[in-house]
Design a protein around this ligand. Structure first.
Ligand code: G2I
Length: 457
């Protein structure tokens, strides 16, 4: 889904409609100030979203505000693990599907929240550990992302995996205890299942440059350098009575790694500073060209998980608060996202100057790590160049009877059953001596017995 193009189209339709209605409009390079959050954000190439409980869509005050002001939605709870897979292998998409339908009928995009999280796991998963949990988790990612494939603008693939406090490390959880690579396994499975969705890591207490946000920053940098498919970082921004002075600088340092950034769960404690903080957060996003959207965590104060904090933009009667005005003004005053999206820095900078070995003398080896579940698997293949390096490589595997490849990333597959070959793509064929790259594929059936053999050119 090309969200920016969709937004531009929406603005064009609105303008065309106004002209058809006989109004005189002057279009200049600085777009006219919008009068709703969704129009003003769209004019700047961004979305403005809200967390939604679908049970409230039948409340007219709620639905009226939602449809008028927001062009993105996220399920506050209904796409979480406990909601979507209440019993292992039995999936329930009622709430999520309802939200997607509402979004499609009202010109809204959908954020997916959240594929894996240590909270709101179904009871059966809470009791699991080790490879059984790993496989169940990756299967969950694959199944849910496949169900919503093509309908999600951005997925929170992994939510809140870092510890609070000064360690900068991972939070302990049953998922973390399956191995430190659980996050990258989840991102690879999500990419294979829905290649069109932006894949985000999402967390809180990351509202400035601090130990926790730096831990996440280091993970994102590592993922980008190794080709792990991550596209965006969500900053929840559940805020108190002040805003870190380096809030914008923190967004910018992530954007500089080559990922989009999004404000994903914004709410702010009530009090004298609330409106100012809402305005400052919006300005910070507008000032970062890769900040593609803002989501507030609910519509009216009474819809918020924060109760008496009255933390949102509308009061319980649906009236706009001062915070609303500050957000709208900041959207209208901010710059638009440049039409040409910034190009990402190279994800895999060669550490050694590329050598040009004679063809056929390089040699390479390949090893596989497999996440399997009943009926499917995700294989991650590591290719290591021999002493002469490679200018290209080709990896062969033989699949078990009945198995077939359904998706491949960072390689081009020939064949899908039986003997399948994977060739490098243009950016990962040339490897220095001993250098490593990875590709992957997803399959149905059994992944048992996959033994890759590598040929270099
Ligand atoms: O805790 C605030 C947010 C922090 N970041 C991740 C978000 O997913 C999280 O959202 C909140 C929802 O706003 C709450 O509505 O996540 C909570 C769960 O940790 C949600 O609360 C749960 C209650 O704990 C359940 O008892 C209740 O059944 O909401 C459920 C549905 O109403």
């Amino acid at each position: 889904m090309n969200h920016r193009r969709a937004l531009r189209a929406a603005v064009t339709i609105a303008v065309t409609g106004a002209l058809a209605a006989g109004m005189t409009m002057t279009l200049t390079s600085t777009a006219s100030a919008g009068t709703t959050l969704r129009a003003s954000a769209a004019e700047k190439g961004r979305y403005f979203g809200a967390a939604v409980a679908t049970g409230k869509l039948s409340t007219s005050v709620y639905a009226t505000i939602l449809n008028r002001e927001f062009n993105s939605v996220v399920a506050e709870n209904e796409m979480k693990w406990d909601a979507t897979e209440p019993q292992q292998g039995r999936f329930s998409y009622t709430g999520g599907d309802r939200l997607v339908s509402h979004a499609q009928a009202n010109g809204m995009s959908v954020r997916g929240h959240a594929l894996l999280w240590h909270q709101q796991q179904p009871g059966w998963a809470q009791g699991m550990s080790g490879s059984a949990l790993r496989n169940a988790a990756i299967n969950h990612v694959t199944q849910v992302a496949t169900h919503f494939r093509g309908k999600i603008h951005s997925w929170d693939v992994v939510n809140e995996a870092f510890a609070d406090g000064g360690s900068g490390g991972r939070r302990d959880s049953n998922l973390q205890r399956t191995g430190n690579d659980w996050i990258e396994a989840a991102f690879r499975a999500a990419r294979a299942a829905d290649p069109g969705a932006k894949l985000c890591y999402n967390d809180y207490n990351t509202d400035g440059i601090n130990a926790k946000s730096t831990g996440i920053y280091n993970m994102v940098r590592d993922f980008k350098s190794r080709g792990v498919p991550i596209d965006c970082v969500g900053f929840q921004s559940h805020l108190g009575t002040s805003l870190a002075s380096d809030y914008q600088a923190n967004l910018q340092r992530f954007a500089d790694l080559g990922v989009d950034v999004q404000i994903t769960e914004l709410d702010v404690m009530t009090g004298g500073n609330q409106a100012n903080i809402f305005g400052a957060v919006t300005r910070a996003c507008m000032n970062v060209s890769r900040c593609t959207g803002i989501t507030v965590w609910g519509v009216r104060d009474c819809d918020s998980w924060r109760g008496s904090d009255n933390a949102l933009l509308f009061d319980c009667n649906g009236n706009k608060k001062a915070a609303y005005t500050n957000v709208l003004n900041a959207l209208n005053a901010g710059p638009a996202i440049p039409t040409d999206p910034p190009t990402d820095p190279p994800t895999d900078p060669p550490t050694d100057p590329p050598t040009t070995p004679p063809p056929g003398t390089g040699g390479c080896s390949a090893s596989v790590s497999l996440n399997s579940w009943t009926g499917g698997f995700v294989a991650t293949v590591k290719v290591t160049a021999g002493s002469a390096g490679t200018s290209g490589w080709n990896v062969g595997v033989t699949l078990a009877s009945g198995a077939s490849v359904t998706n491949t990333w960072s390689a081009t597959a020939t064949g899908s059953t039986g003997a399948v070959r994977f060739a490098n793509v243009d950016y990962n064929g040339r490897l220095g001596a001993g250098q490593v790259t990875e590709f992957g594929f997803q399959g149905t059936g059994s992944g048992a017995g996959i033994t890759p053999t590598c040929t270099a050119s």
